[in-house]
Design a protein around this ligand. Structure first.
Ligand code: ASP
Length: 439
C-alpha cells in the first residue's frame, strides 16, 4: 500500500485544528454550530490541564533546551565565516536600525487603528479593579543587563541577549587568533551540525506540541472572550494583520526581493507555532528553518533572528498601543499629541526590554501607561485574556524577525557583478600562475 506523506506545515495545521476542536469540546457549556455539547462526566478543563498541557510543556521545554546551543553555535559559525569584525558590526547596526524602524511603524499602526475605533471602547466598568505594576527597569539598566559577568550564566539562564554578546566576543577572538584557532572552527562546525539535527528531530514533534498547547488555552479563554473584551481583541488582531500583510509585504518584496506570497507560505509553520506557544524564543528553531527556506543567508538569519527573538517585538508594540488607547478610553481620558509621541517612544523601548516568553508584554504595558500618567490598574481590564492578545502578538514578533532577516540578507549580499569580477580575477590569477610555472 502506498504511504501518504503529509508535509509538516499541514501536519501542524491539522494539530492546530484538532487542538481548537478539543478546546471547544472541553469548554463549559460549549456550543458547536448552535448545538450544546453534552457535559462529560469528568471535569473537562481539569483533564486538559492535568494530562494535555504537560505534554505541550514537554515540547516547549525541548525547544528551550535546543535553542541555547543552536543560537550560540550557529551565530558563532556565522560570525567566524564572515572573518571580518567590521562586517559583523555593520550587519548588527543595519539589523538594529531595521528593528527600530519596524517597531515604530507597528506602534503607529496600533495607535491609529485603536483611535479609529475608540468610541466603541467605553463598554467596561472599572469598579473593583486592582493591578500592581512590578518595578519597571530603567533603560540604562536594561542595556547593562545585556553584558554577562560570568561566562556560564548566559547559558544556564538561557539569556538570549547575553548569549549573543558572548558569541560575538568568542567569534571576534577566533577571527583575531586566525590560523591557530582552526581546530576550534572545525569543532564548532561539527557541533553545529549535530545540534541542528537534534533540532530537526524535535521540530518533527511540533504538530503534537501545537495540539497540546492550544487546547487548554481555548477551553480556558473561550468563554471570557465571548464577553465585551472581544472588540478590543478584534482591534488588536486587525492591527496585527495589517502590519503583517502591509509592512512586511512591502519590506520583503521591495527590499528583500522575495515574493511576499512565497514568504508567508514558507512562514506558516513558524507562525502557527508562535500562535500556539506564545513564545518567540521557543519558536526560534522553527523560524530559523523557515528563514533559510525563504532564502535568507544562514549566517545572517542566525544573527538577525536570535537578536530579534529578544529585542524585536512589533506585535508587542501594537498591543501596547491598542491597550493604552483602550484603557484611556475606559477612564474617559483623551490622549494628547505629546502623549502619543511619548507612547511611541516608550513602547519602542518597552518592546526591546520584553522577553520572548509568554506573558512578558503585559508587564511592559505598565511602563507605557506610567509614562503618560494613565492608571496602571487599567491593565486588570485586559489581563484575564492576555493570552489571546499574546498569541497574535507573538506571530507578529517572529514574522517581523524573518522579514528583517530576508531584507538584511539581501542588503549585505555581494552583488552578482562583484562575484563575477572576483571569479574573473581568480581565473586570470590561475592562468598567470600556470604560465609562470611553465616558464
Ligand atoms: N510572548 C511574546 C513573545 O514571546 C512577548 C510578549 O508577551 O509580548 O514574543
Amino acid at each position: 500500500m502506498k504511504k501518504i506523506k503529509i508535509a509538516l506545515p499541514f501536519q501542524i495545521l491539522i494539530g492546530l485544528g484538532l487542538g481548537i476542536l478539543l478546546g471547544i469540546i472541553c469548554m463549559e457549556n460549549a456550543k458547536i454550530g448552535g448545538v450544546v455539547v453534552p457535559n462529560l462526566k469528568f471535569n473537562n478543563l481539569e483533564f486538559l490541564n492535568t494530562y494535555i498541557k504537560p505534554l505541550g510543556n514537554i515540547f516547549l521545554n525541548l525547544l528551550k533546551f535546543i535553542v541555547v546551543p543552536v543560537v550560540f553555535l550557529s551565530m558563532l559559525e556565522g560570525i567566524i565565516s564572515m572573518s571580518d569584525i567590521k562586517k559583523v558590526m555593520s550587519l548588527g547596526v543595519r539589523t538594529i536600525i531595521f528593528y527600530l524602524a519596524t517597531t515604530c511603524i507597528a506602534i503607529i499602526i496600533g495607535l491609529s487603528i485603536a483611535e479609529f475605533f475608540r468610541n466603541h471602547f467605553e463598554l467596561l466598568s472599572m469598579t473593583g479593579l486592582t493591578y500592581t505594576a512590578s518595578e519597571g527597569k530603567h533603560f540604562m539598566n536594561v542595556i547593562v543587563d545585556f553584558f554577562p559577568s560570568n561566562i556560564l550564566s548566559p547559558f544556564v539562564n538561557a539569556n538570549m541577549i547575553q548569549i549573543i554578546v558572548t558569541s560575538l566576543f568568542v567569534g571576534f577572538g577566533i577571527i583575531i587568533v586566525g590560523k591557530n584557532a582552526e581546530p576550534i572552527k572545525t569543532l564548532i562546525n561539527s557541533l553545529n551540525e549535530i545540534f541542528v539535527q537534534i533540532m530537526e528531530l524535535i521540530i518533527a514533534l511540533s504538530p503534537l506540541g501545537v495540539f497540546c498547547l492550544i487546547s487548554p488555552v481555548v477551553a480556558e479563554n473561550g468563554p471570557k472572550v465571548i464577553g465585551s473584551l472581544a472588540f478590543v481583541i478584534f482591534v488588536a488582531y486587525l492591527a496585527y494583520i495589517l502590519h503583517i500583510f502591509i509592512t512586511y509585504s512591502i519590506m520583503v518584496g521591495g527590499i528583500g526581493k522575495v515574493n511576499p506570497i512565497k514568504f508567508f507560505k514558507t512562514m506558516v509553520p513558524a507562525m502557527i507555532f508562535a500562535f500556539s506557544s506564545a513564545s518567540s524564543v521557543g519558536t526560534l528553531p522553527i523560524n530559523l528553518e523557515c528563514a533559510n527556506k525563504i532564502g535568507a543567508r544562514k549566517e545572517v538569519a542566525s544573527f538577525v533572528l536570535s537578536l530579534g527573538a529578544t529585542i524585536n517585538m512589533d506585535g508587542t508594540a501594537i498591543y501596547q498601543g491598542v491597550c493604552t488607547v483602550f484603557i484611556a478610553a475606559c477612564f474617559g481620558i483623551n490622549l494628547t499629541f505629546h502623549q502619543i509621541i511619548t507612547i511611541v517612544i516608550t513602547a519602542t523601548i518597552a518592546s526591546i526590554g520584553t522577553a520572548g516568553v509568554p506573558g512578558a508584554g503585559v508587564v511592559m504595558l505598565a511602563m507605557v501607561l506610567q509614562s503618560v500618567g494613565l492608571p496602571v490598574e487599567g491593565i486588570a481590564l485586559v489581563y484575564g485574556v492576555d493570552r489571546i492578545f499574546d498569541m497574535g502578538r507573538t506571530v507578529v514578533n517572529i514574522t517581523g524577525d524573518s522579514a528583517c532577516a530576508v531584507c538584511v540578507s539581501k542588503m549585505t549580499e555581494t552583488p552578482k557583478r562583484l562575484l563575477k569580477n572576483a571569479k574573473i580575477t581568480a581565473k586570470s590569477k590561475k592562468v598567470t600562475a600556470k604560465r609562470a610555472k611553465r616558464k
